[in-house]
Design a protein around this ligand. Structure first.
Ligand code: NAD
Length: 327
């Protein structure tokens, strides 16, 4: 089964080659876009990551080149035109779960770093500045943490925050009994935003959740609250964050995802001028930390992504597709 892995990095090569058996793998660092579809000619399987373009025109080119399976190396599939895939007879499979701990623990890392100003302290002590002004944090115990989306990652995140002694609030159209059993109180979104000291987003991106956090909902938040987004960039209307940070309405912001990340993240652009003015402005705030979609990046998660993706390809080749995503 000839498989091309778009957007592949060194760590993908290591994890996939460690697990591959009987599947011919071609590692392609380029992102899949309309301009790069020709690279997939003759490959039965296109293995894609989160910032690859899987819109209808791209899928049409892939099918014309002989591709029959799209194997996502991700859980999220908001970047795939599933209606077009179905019409073209393409099967789409994903990795529904690899390590909810990887993402949940990264959300917690952002909370701790922002609260205790570790990013500022790290730079200060390296410069010989051992002063403490501006580094005051708060105790997490007793604080209210609002978990938006309490599936696998949200549940894991909630359990960690319960361990800190936080009070859990939750919002999800389908409440999770395991999260209720931790003592979480399910609320509609607005009261959750109003009551939470920390809000963490763990819901999928879809029509109902696009810009869930916007200029209006930011005004409903507790003044000075912390917002963490390790879900998808477009859950948040990013320009509205800038005004909320300037006024102090938003006290802290931790982003692992950004709506316009596709042309930026996963590349070293340190010698180029940053063209994205919204991101550039966000990066000037001392109470903002942006990571480049790295929440999934643990050894355990990479091994699980490789194993499940290869199993998905083998199952499809054997006529028993699993982990299929359908329109
Ligand atoms: P999951 O399917 O287990 O859980 C998602 C939860 O969101 C479900 O409980 C669902 O009911 C809930 N939900 C659906 N619509 C909602 C809405 N309108 N409001 C609130 N909640 C809603 O998924 P998961 O494995 O926990 O992953 C969650 C998301 O995290 C993924 O969709 C993906 O976008 C993101 N993610 C990010 C990274 C990263 O590296 N930053 C890695 C993996 C996943």
């Amino acid at each position: 089964m000839r498989t091309i892995l778009f957007s592949s990095q060194t760590y993908d090569r290591e994890s996939f080659l460690g697990a591959a058996a009987g599947i011919e793998l071609h590692f392609q660092p380029a992102r899949l876009t309309l301009d790069t579809t020709a690279l997939a000619n003759g490959f039965d399987v296109v293995c894609a990551f989160i910032n690859d373009d899987l819109s209808a025109p791209v899928l049409e080119h892939l099918v014309a080149g002989g591709t029959r399976l799209i194997a996502l190396r991700s859980a999220g599939y908001n970047h795939v035109d599933l209606t077009a895939a179905r019409a073209l007879g393409l099967t789409v499979v994903r990795v529904p779960a690899y390590s909810p701990h990887a993402v949940a623990e990264h959300a917690v890392a952002l909370i701790l770093a922002l609260n205790r100003r570790l990013h500022r302290a790290y730079n200060r002590t390296r410069e010989g500045d051992f002063s403490l002004h501006g580094l005051t944090g708060f105790d997490l115990v007793g604080k209210r943490v609002g978990v938006v989306g309490t599936g696998q990652i949200g549940e894991t995140f909630a359990r960690i925050m319960a361990g800190f002694g936080c009070q859990l609030l939750a919002y999800d159209p389908f409440p999770n009994p395991a999260v209720e059993a931790m003592g979480a109180r399910y609320l509609p979104l607005d009261p959750l935003l109003a009551e939470s000291d920390i809000i963490s987003l763990h819901c999928p991106l879809n029509d109902a959740t696009r810009y869930l956090i916007n200029a209006d909902s930011l005004q409903h938040m507790k003044p000075g609250a912390m917002l963490i987004n390790t879900g998808r960039g477009a859950l948040v209307e990013t320009p509205a964050l800038i005004e909320a940070l300037k006024s102090g309405q938003l006290g802290y912001l931790g982003l692992d995802v950004y709506e316009e990340e596709a042309n930026l993240f996963f590349e070293d652009r340190s010698d180029l001028p940053l063209q994205d003015d919204v991101l550039a402005r966000l990066l000037t705030f001392p109470n903002v930390i942006v990571t480049a979609h790295q929440a999934f990046l643990t050894r355990e998660a990479l091994a699980a992504i490789a194993r499940t993706t290869l199993d998905n390809i083998a199952a499809w080749a054997a006529g028993r597709p699993c982990n299929q995503v359908d329109a």
